[in-house]
Design a binder for this molecule. Structure first.
Ligand code: FES
Length: 227
């Protein structure tokens, strides 16, 4: 059985080079669930096309404090089976590996994807009725300058104010261009590229995001130059 190591979060995907190197050393395939790198469905397609792999064990890998969105391994795996047919037997390991694996994890209580692993849900049909959409850049320069801490602080402070996904939608993005201002946050529909935004700046920034009037970040801001 082939092991497929899957980086689970945006942050985990930034360790892609280390994970790919470990996979090569251990004889495992590697993929990302989200963020930059080969997508899980792409790698499953490649394994199926190779023709010499009958079964694949999906193992989540995370570099954070918890398992992250490990349930999405099953959801994506089942979607792949539904859309491609049973070209591979897929097995899901319930626990994630923390950090770069030094050896292939033991086979645990792996299970095949089941009907409860669904990629859609009635609750995911609607566009949220929010006043602002905030994109936190998770590109390489912003990550190097603390975007992970900025993202965590933004999520925590918006949740504390009861505003996450109700008044402000928070998303992670790749490079949004003015890297010299890293870590950069883009605020829409205000067309404001704000940065640097550190975790210390976040409480005041959240207050300003929730202000229904014109957006004034109180921090350096760039807007597109137009003729
Ligand atoms: S990496 Fe964040 S703006 Fe380029």
């Amino acid at each position: 059985m082939k092991t497929l190591l899957v980086a689970l979060t945006f942050l985990d995907a930034t360790y892609w080079a280390e994970l790919a190197e470990a996979g090569e050393r251990l004889g495992a395939a590697t993929a990302v669930l989200q963020g930059d790198g080969p997508a899980l469905v792409t790698q499953l397609d490649a394994l199926a096309a190779a023709g010499d792999v009958g079964a694949v064990r999906l193992v989540g890998v995370t570099f954070g404090d918890d398992q992250g969105p490990i349930s999405w391994l099953g959801r994506v795996a089942r979607w792949w089976l539904i859309t491609r047919g049973p070209r591979l037997k897929l097995w899901l390991e319930p626990g994630a590996v923390h950090g770069v694996p030094v050896a292939l994890p033991e086979v645990g209580a792996a299970r095949p994807p089941s009907a409860k692993d669904s990629l859609s849900n009635p609750g995911w049909a609607k566009v949220p009725d929010v006043a602002r959409h905030v994109l936190i850049c998770r590109g390489p320069r912003c990550n190097a300058k603390g975007a992970a801490a900025t993202h965590t602080a933004l999520s925590e402070h918006l949740a504390r104010r009861g505003a996450e996904d109700t008044e402000v939608l928070l998303s992670q993005a790749g490079c949004v261009f003015p890297c010299n201002q890293a870590p950069v946050v883009v605020v829409q529909p205000d067309m404001a590229w704000v940065g640097p935004v550190t975790s210390d700046d976040v409480p005041e920034l959240v207050t300003r995001l929730l202000n229904p009037g014109p957006f004034d970040p109180g921090l350096p801001v760039s807007r597109p130059e137009r003729d």
